[in-house]
Ligand binder design. Structure first.
Ligand code: NDP
Ligand code: 2IT
Length: 446
């Protein structure tokens, strides 16, 4: 590794010793960027990397709310405003009991590069809380969201920071957050994305991450002389990203045989009936286990990691970070899996990623492959600014073009900077970085 990159990584490890997820993301990113610093010594002279790895601002706040029993609860709220060199901070809000600063810093860091790859004018940020919406009543979720926004509103705005959904934050939560923002500020503006269609949301935003993932994977496999049609696919998770990945890859002629949640996975050799999954997850907010009771010929297995032991051609991890480890990667490789597309953020561990690259598995890293969601969020911002709504077809066509553009950028940067032209990990990191670095250089030491 380039001496400058190695030094900054060592300093980062010392200063953030307990932030394992952040260090994991940073290690991969800095290793990829090493050859850029060999070629561009002016970046070191400007202290570019030291600035790039440090969030511009981290906001941490108390979120008090009252539950249905009348008991006062306190959660911790966060917003990591990581980098605004190329546009207002943009990125989701995660509501999950595991949320901590390390996870939000890793997500914010990834988001900076992802948003750059879209080609749209959006900086990177991420936020959320350790609040768990699971099992809460709508009133409790509303009380939490109103309290969360009562602090967050002073830090965000359509031209400063535009949050959106992520794990645990869907249409319901965005609605409550938006209502409270409007009440506090009196502004009817595009301050959040993923809004409902009756109050400024964009058509195709719900589908965008999953669809975009499939568009990226199709570009990638076809560029390497293969096809998606007729292939057997595993999709982990059963949330927003997973559901619309299953929908699109099925439309492309593939067969999805398994999905999961944090408790276990279902296997349906006849191909997943997505209408059943949508009913269970989107309407009833239930568990994936219920699928097996409703669809003859399907099975449920406890434990979410077992999904990777199933035979497939293509794997799409769409649940959460580090859900696919070395053991899972070895099983996929041994079973002949030829492509992996990350719908989630950093679902593969560093070891798993390395195994895929070493074994010639086509690997689409999350920051490139799942960028369709934030890209359509940026299109939602454009529509809000114009006070217009585009058709589903218009948005979907733009999404297809954006995902093709992202793939082309990754392939080009991989060819220039990678150890091999199919190293899209290096490609995504370098291509995303160069635009942000050039903008930071132009704007001086800030
Ligand atoms: P959802 O909340 O809709 O769904 C999350 C899914 O992942 C659920 O099936 C959930 O299972 C599972 N999951 C969550 N945490 C864990 C865990 N610790 N272990 C195992 N499974 C888990 O979220 P999304 O679909 O929106 O997000 C999924 C991934 O995609 C995340 O990594 C997110 O950051 C990423 N992403 C999302 C985008 C979006 O637009 N929504 C855009 C780009 C990336 P359970 O119900 O059991 O918790
Ligand atoms: O990880 C992500 O890209 C998201 N959760 C979507 C962010 C957004 O602003 O739409």
């Amino acid at each position: 590794m380039n001496a400058y990159t190695a030094r900054v990584l060592e300093e980062l490890k010392t200063r953030n010793a307990h932030e394992s997820e952040f260090l994991q993301a940073a290690t991969e990113i800095l290793e990829s960027l090493s050859p850029v610093f060999d070629k561009r010594p002016e970046l070191e002279a400007a202290g570019l990397l030291e600035r790039f790895v440090e969030p511009e601002r981290v906001i941490l706040f108390r979120v008090p709310w009252v539950d249905d029993q009348g008991k006062t609860r306190v959660n911790r709220g966060y917003r990591v405003q990581f980098n605004s060199a190329i546009g207002p901070y943009k990125g989701g809000l995660r509501l999950h009991p595991s949320v901590n600063l390390s996870i939000l810093k890793f997500l914010g860091f990834e988001q900076v590069l992802k948003n750059s790859l879209t080609g749209l004018p959006i900086g990177g940020g991420k936020g959320g809380s350790d609040f768990d919406p699971k099992g809460k009543s709508d009133r409790e979720v509303m009380a939490f969201c109103q309290s969360f926004m009562t602090e967050l509103y002073r830090h965000i705005g359509q031209d400063t920071d535009v949050p959106a959904g992520d794990i645990g934050t869907g249409a319901r939560e965005i609605g409550y957050l938006y209502g409270q923002y409007k009440r506090l500020t009196g502004l009817y503006e595009g301050v959040l994305t993923g809004k409902g269609l009756t109050y400024g949301g964009s058509l195709a935003r719900t589908q965008a991450t999953g669809y975009g993932l499939c568009y990226f994977v199709k570009n990638m496999v076809e560029a390497n002389g293969k096809t998606v049609q007729g292939k057997t696919v595993l999709v982990s998770g059963s949330g927003n990203v997973a559901i619309y990945a299953v929908e699109k890859i099925t439309q492309m002629g593939a067969k999805v045989v398994a999905m999961s949640d944090s408790n276990g996975y279902i296997y349906d050799p006849n191909g997943i009936h997505l209408d059943v999954v949508k009913q269970i997850k989107e309407v009833e907010r239930g568990r994936i286990k219920e699928y097996a009771a409703r669809v003859p010929g399907s099975e449920y297995h406890e434990g979410c990691k077992g999904i990777w032991s199933l035979k497939c051609d293509i794997a799409l991890p769409c649940a959460t970070q580090n859900e696919l480890d070395a053991e899972g990667a070895k099983a996929l490789v041994a079973n002949g899996c030829f492509a992996v597309g990350e719908g989630a953020n950093m679902p593969s561990t560093l070891e798993a990623t390395e195994l895929f690259l070493q074994n010639g598995v086509l690997f689409a890293p999350g920051k490139a492959a799942n960028a369709g969601g934030v890209a359509v969020s940026a299109l939602e911002m454009s529509q809000n600014s114009q006070r217009l709504s585009w058709t589903f077809q218009e948005v979907d066509d733009k999404l297809k073009d954006i995902m093709k553009g992202i793939f082309d950028k990754c392939a080009e940067a991989a060819a220039t900077y990678g150890d091999k032209p199919t190293n899209y990990v290096v490609g995504a990191n370098v291509a995303g970085f160069l635009k942000v670095a050039d903008a930071m250089m132009a704007q001086g030491v800030v």
